[in-house]
Design a protein around this ligand. Structure first.
Ligand code: KG4
Ligand code: ZN
Length: 341
C-alpha cells in the first residue's frame, strides 16, 4: 500500500510517498530555515504564508495516480501552518476518492524509525525530542503509546535554539550548538541538571537555559537578571554574548542537556525492560546524545532514524505512521514491521 504523507505543522512544507510503512519512494522537503534565520525563530504568520506558496510545487513532484491513501499531520503544531496540510489532504481525498488518515505529529516522529528498516521488536522505549516536544514513550505495539515522562516547561530543542541565539550562533540552534561544541570544553561551565524527584521520567530545561543566560549576562555586566524572552526580543536576532567562550558554553550546555536526556532514557529502558531504545525528533540528530545513549543503554537495540532528514520534520514519517495506525484500526491482526522489499 502506498501512502502520500503531508506535513506542514511548523516550518517545513513536506510531502512523501511511502510503501507499506517503510519503503520511501519519494521524499520532498521545502525547508523554511533561511527565511526564519532572518528573525532567529519561526514567525507563525510567515511560516503559514510560505506553506501556502510551497504545497502545490511540492505535490507536483508526486505521482498522485499511484497512491492508495493520504496521511496528514493533524497536530500538535502551529494552527495556521497545520491548516495548509489538512485542507490540502481533505481536498485531495475528496477529488481522488482516497481515505485521509489524520496523524499526530509526535507519532509521526516515532515512526521515522520504521523508515527503510525491518524487524522492530516491542516493547520499544522512545525518547522523542524536538523543538516543540520532549517525551519518553513506552510503545508496546502499533498505536499503543504510553507517555511515561514529558517536559514540565521547555523542550530540549527549544533550549538549544534559545541558547544558540544568546551566543549568536544562529538558527536553528541544534546544529549550530553541536558544531561549536566540537571545539569547546564541556567542563568549563558548571551548568545545572534538572533530575527532578527520584525516579521521575519528566524533564525540565528552563533552569538550564536561564543558567546560561545568567552567565552570559554576568560576563557582559550589562543587565540585571531579567526574563530570557525580554532579553532576546530586545536584542532581536543579534547575540547577547561577547565575552563568554562560545564554544565552551555550547559544549557545556550540550553536555548538561544530553546527560539528562540519556540517563532518563536509560533508566526508563531498564525499568520497562525495553527490547529496543529509539531516538526520534530533531534533537535525535545530535551526535553527543547518540554517543551517550549508546554508552548507557547496553544490551538493547538502539536505533535512530536512518537519515538525518528523517530526524527533523518530514512527511515520510507521517506516511509511515498513517500506514501502521490505519492497519491497526482496520483490525488486521498481522501487522508487522517487516519490510516488504
Ligand atoms: O522535529 P523538528 O524538526 O521540529 C519540531 O517538531 O520541533 O525539530 C527541530 C528541533 C530544533 O529545535 C533544532 O534546533 C533541533 O531540533 N535540532 C537539533 C539538532 N538538529 C536539529 N538539536 C540538537 N542537535 C542537533 N544536531
Ligand atoms: Zn517535529
Amino acid at each position: 500500500m502506498k501512502i502520500l504523507g503531508i506535513e506542514t505543522s511548523c516550518d517545513e512544507t513536506a510531502v512523501a510517498v511511502v510503501e507499506n510503512g517503510n519503503r520511501v519512494i519519494k521524499n520532498v522537503i521545502f525547508s523554511q530555515i533561511d527565511l526564519h534565520a532572518q528573525t532567529g525563530g519561526v514567525v507563525p504568520e510567515v511560516a503559514a504564508r510560505e506553506h501556502i506558496l510551497k504545497i502545490i510545487p511540492a505535490l507536483e513532484q508526486i505521482d498522485l495516480e499511484e497512491i492508495d491513501a493520504i496521511a496528514v499531520t493533524q497536530g500538535p503544531g502551529l494552527i495556521s501552518s497545520l491548516l495548509t496540510g489538512t485542507v490540502t489532504a481533505s481536498t485531495l481525498g475528496l477529488v481522488l476518492g482516497k481515505p485521509v488518515i489524520p496523524v499526530n505529529h509526535i507519532h509521526g516522529h516515532i515512526y521515522a524509525n520504521w523508515l527503510e528498516r525491518s524487524e522492530i521488536e516491542f516493547p520499544v522505549l522512545i525518547l522523542t525530542v524536538s523543538g516543540g516536544h520532549n517525551e519518553l514513550i513506552l510503545m508496546r505495539g502499533h498505536g499503543d503509546f504510553e507517555v511515561i515522562g514529558e517536559t514540565l516547561d521547555d523542550a530540549a530543542g527549544e533550549a538549544f535554539d534559545k541558547v544558540s541565539r544568546m551566543l549568536g550562533l544562529g538558527y536553528p540552534g541544534g546544529p549550530a550548538i553541536s558544531r561549536a561544541a566540537e571545539n569547546g570544553n564541556p567542563s568549563r561551565y558548571d551548568l545545572p541538571r534538572a533530575w527532578l524527584k527520584k525516579g521521575s521520567f519528566d524533564f525540565s530545561f528552563s533552569g538550564l537555559k536561564s543558567a546560561v543566560l545568567r552567565i552570559v549576562q554576568a560576563e557582559m555586566e550589562l543587565f540585571p537578571l531579567a526574563g530570557i524572552n525580554e532579553q532576546v526580543s530586545f536584542f532581536g536576532s543579534a547575540s547577547l554574548c561577547h565575552d563568554v567562550n562560545k564554544n565552551d558554553m555550547a559544549a557545556s550546555f550540550q553536555e548538561a542537556a544530553t546527560d539528562v536526556l540519556s540517563k532518563k532514557l536509560a533508566m526508563a529502558a531498564e525499568k520497562f525492560d525495553a527490547k529496543e531504545v529509539h531516538l526520534a525528533g530533531g534533537v535525535s540528530a545530535n551526535g553527543r546524545l547518540r554517543e551517550l545513549v549508546q554508552e548507557r543503554v547496553q544490551g538493547r537495540t538502539l536505533r535512530f532514524p536512518k537519515k538525518i532528514e528523517y530526524c527533523t520534520d518530514n512527511a515520510a514519517m507521517i506516511a509511515a505512521a498513517g500506514y501502521f495506525l490505519q492497519e491497526k484500526n482496520a483490525g488486521r491482526k498481522n501487522v508487522s514491521a517487516k519490510a516488504s522489499f
